[in-house]
Ligand binder design. Structure first.
Ligand SMILES: [Zn+2]
Length: 156
């Protein structure tokens, strides 16, 4: 398994963004109830930063993602809906902070149409939680820097 145990350092985290890939929609248009808390939290964090985010076209599921190391995905469906997927094994072992990071990153793609950004601060940390996981910056996401990363997430 490719996932590091601690949220403090997961520079090798792979999160794949496949918005350009068109796939058939065979899924019911709904959000897994385990994801609802995070979807609502995302909406609230956006709202508190002046963004009214429409998430009604996003399907959220926890499934087995076959590709090693990929924890989450956001696919654009041919129907126009978006399909956010969180890897089941990751879900079962992750902390709340890790879950929030991956779900918010994927919602950055699905709900905010953001692309990856691998820019680096002077101290080597990533400027954005939209970092690809393939870049050279170090991703640290914790209670201390959460609001700073969310400010950046919703500012683009
Ligand atoms: Zn991504």
């Amino acid at each position: 398994m490719f996932l590091m145990k601690k949220i403090h350092l997961f520079p090798f985290l792979f999160i794949s963004f496949l918005s350009c890939q068109k796939v058939d929609n065979l899924m019911a248009p709904e959000v897994d109830e385990r994801l609802t808390f995070f979807f609502e939290s995302f909406k609230k964090e956006g709202s508190s930063r002046g963004q009214n985010i429409n998430m009604e076209d996003i399907i959220g599921q926890i499934i087995d993602i076959e590709t090693d190391g990929v924890l989450g995905r956001c696919n654009q469906l041919t129907s126009g809906e978006k399909h956010l997927m969180i890897d089941r094994l990751f879900w079962e072992t992750a902390t709340m902070t890790e879950k929030e990071y991956v779900i918010f990153h994927e919602l950055g793609h699905c709900a905010l149409n953001r692309r990856h950004l691998d820019a680096t601060n002077k101290d080597g940390t990533c400027t954005s939680m939209m970092q690809s996981g393939n870049g050279s910056c170090k991703m640290v996401y914790n209670a201390q820097n959460r609001s700073k990363y969310l400010d950046e997430l919703f500012s683009q």
